[in-house]
Design a protein around this ligand. Structure first.
Ligand SMILES: Cc1cc2nc3c(=O)[nH]c(=O)nc-3n(C[C@H](O)[C@H](O)[C@H](O)COP(=O)(O)OP(=O)(O)OC[C@H]3O[C@@H](n4cnc5c(N)ncnc54)[C@H](O)[C@@H]3O)c2cc1C
Length: 586
């Protein structure tokens, strides 16, 4: 594990608690620190898990045949019955009145916090409350690996083949890892318990009690808020009559729904200025090739323009075009209408001209909003400017014994002030640290999380610090040669001659660690070319798999040699104004 608070240091405690690893050995090295419970419990609990089957969500899941999603009408009656039955089960489920550690939200931060609580407090009882139907899972593959390297049944099994040929499940654990909440009290050595399809709607910091949407209440000693964020739908896509024609993209249900839609559609528009939009456009176009026309519209001139300079967005655009994506930059949506033939028509304003795009379906992948509602209503301090729940250096909120981690946490960066980072590594590391601190083993947070994004084989970007393209940037790229056919370079984001952020294009190994060190050193830099020599700009790709995303071997059949990149020469310096402080854009 490259960074942070390694669970291995405490894994011996887990064996003391009598637990065994029941993880699937899925997505991260930290499986060495997983804490489960006696194998017999798997049998005891597996029948007791509650699924609420939402018919729409299961559209793509409702398959008789393993190879293709089928129409939902095939199983409508069955699903109706199941939904009613399982809703009833959820209502009747017994919950303990009191659980020492309660976690609101069931994503990456929640999962790693739960593991770490068990590591530091081996007999602890932990309850995760999640409004999703899946057990905690890894979100990044939803826009990349599941489409590009998914197994033939990925739309229902949620797995893909990694570069090493191993099958990877995006879920961190199998169902049996989590104990039925009703059984938690009986377990002397504790366990991690999960309640799904359940929203925590109220939090009382004084009585230390959480209220669930079922009306049930659970008391706690320590609570973690790890509610992440939700995608928003901007005007004009947000209108009731478009409900069946527009979706956002965030969960496994969204992935399954989009699998179904993509199979049934001839054209899809992906709209948005986030990095998610081009990722999804690339993945859909590569997977379905000529069977699906993918249009990618963005309001800025280049993909992810807020964060990355042209030298890095150029290879992304090339990869998108090579995979067949039709790109519409600088396109402001004006209106959307449903046509009598079932298609949707979107009018964009592009360079002062009106342009109409007609497609079967629209995916909006634009902004994310942190889910702060429960904290706000509990009177916990929230940062109105950057969004997110305010945390101190121990990730504690303004309320005693209530902590925060992941996308929703707004904490102090020693150099940049208060930041909120909507990235996977941040969720994992803040989750771990919050978990540790909740057990009383207090440690301050001083990590600067990194992020990655990939476009198949051609483009791998990783960044750390303030990767804000409104800052001055200095880019140093290796020349493209026969031996080094890929764009490879480093971008320094500079404020007062100091490096505040670093972006790496197709640079692997210890690049990100170096970048972190350069930012933390906070020194004035005179010779960026010299600094760039620290990075491996001339080495072939490292075949090691990154922690949560495999390097791809995937090459779309249509892939041609990359076009020459004018930025390769050596040093390209771009002066910008308006330096800003805040989280790296998401
Ligand atoms: C498609 C996609 C691709 C991504 N790719 C990358 C990538 O390549 N690299 C990268 O660094 N990051 C990527 N990210 C971002 C990364 O996945 C997130 O930063 C990370 O998942 C945040 O984890 P979290 O635990 O804070 O929040 P989440 O993963 O959002 O989990 C929060 C959970 O809490 C639930 N919840 C919210 N409120 C309540 C409540 N009141 N009661 C019960 N449950 C509640 C939510 O439904 C959700 O399940 C991607 C995100 C998406 C959606």
């Amino acid at each position: 594990m490259r960074s942070g608070y390694n669970l291995r240091q405490v894994s011996s405690l887990s064996s003391f608690s009598g637990s065994s690893n029941s993880g699937k050995g899925t997505n991260s090295e930290s499986t060495s620190g997983r804490f489960s419970f006696y194998p017999g419990i798997v049998c005891l609990t597996s029948g007791a898990f509650i699924y609420y089957i939402n018919r729409d969500q299961f559209t793509a899941f409702a398959a008789d045949d393993d190879d293709a999603p089928v129409k939902k009408s095939h199983l409508r009656e069955f699903l109706d019955e199941q939904a009613a039955l399982l809703k009833k089960k959820l209502a009747n489920m017994t919950l303990p009145e009191h659980v020492p550690y309660v976690i609101i939200g069931g994503g990456t931060a929640a999962y790693y916090a739960a593991l770490t609580i068990r590591a530091f407090d081996p007999c602890s009882k932990v309850l995760i409350i999640s409004d999703e139907r899946e057990t905690p899972y890894n979100r990044p593959p939803l826009s990349k690996e599941l489409w590009l390297y998914g197994t033939p049944t990925a739309y229902k099994t949620l797995d893909y083949m990694s570069i090493s040929g191993k099958k990877r499940d995006i879920r961190y654990e199998s169902d049996g890892f989590f104990l039925n909440p009703g059984a938690l009290q009986e377990f002397e050595h504790g366990a991690i318990s999960l309640i799904r399809n359940t929203m925590a709607i109220e939090l009382d910091p004084t009585s230390k009690e959480v209220t669930l949407d079922s009306g049930k209440k659970v008391k706690f000693d320590k609570c973690l808020i790890a509610t992440g964020g939700k995608p928003t739908i901007p005007y004009p896509f947000y209108t009731p009559h478009l409900r069946n024609k527009v979706m956002t993209y965030n969960t496994t249900s969204d992935y399954q729904k989009l699998c179904h839609i993509a199979h049934e559609s001839a054209s899809i528009l992906i709209f948005g200025d986030s990095i998610l939009a081009p990722e999804l456009a690339y993945s859909l176009s590569s997977k379905f090739e000529k069977k699906l026309k993918v249009v990618y519209a963005l309001t800025t001139d280049r993909p992810f323009e807020k964060a990355i300079p042209k030298v890095v967005s150029d290879p992304i655009e090339r990869a998108l075009r090579t995979s067949g994506v039709e790109i519409h930059p600088g396109s402001k949506p004006i209106s959307v209408d449903k046509l009598p033939n079932g298609k949707v028509s979107v009018i964009f304003e592009t360079n002062g001209k009106r342009e109409t795009v007609i497609v079967d379906y629209i995916v909006v992948a634009d902004k994310f909003e942190p889910s702060v509602k429960i904290a706000k209503s509990a009177g916990i301090a929230v940062d109105e400017k950057i969004g997110g729940i305010i945390a101190d250096s121990k990730l504690q909120t303004s309320a005693a014994d209530i902590y925060v981690a992941g996308d929703v946490a707004a904490y102090e960066d020693p150099l940049f002030g208060r930041v909120r980072v909507s990235k996977w590594e941040n969720a994992q590391i803040t989750g771990r640290l919050a978990g540790q601190n909740m057990t009383g083993n207090i440690k301050e947070f001083h990590h600067r999380p990194a992020f990655t994004s990939t476009f198949g084989h051609e483009v791998h970007i990783s960044g750390v610090g303030q990767t804000d393209n409104s800052l001055k940037t200095v880019s140093v790229f290796a020349p493209i040669t026969k031996e080094n056919p890929e764009s490879r370079g480093v971008v320094f984001y500079v404020k007062d001659n100091k490096v505040v952020g670093v972006l790496l294009l197709n640079v692997f190994g210890i690049g990100i660690e170096l970048a972190r060190k350069i930012i933390s050193d906070n020194k004035e830099i005179k010779d960026f070319k010299e600094l760039a020599k620290l990075f491996d700009l001339y080495q072939p790709q490292n075949e090691n798999e990154p922690e949560h995303e495999p390097e791809s071997k995937f090459k779309p059949e249509s892939e041609s040699q990359p076009e020459p990149n004018p930025a390769m020469e050596a040093l390209a310096e771009v002066e910008k104004v308006k330096p800003t402080v805040g989280a790296p854009p998401s």
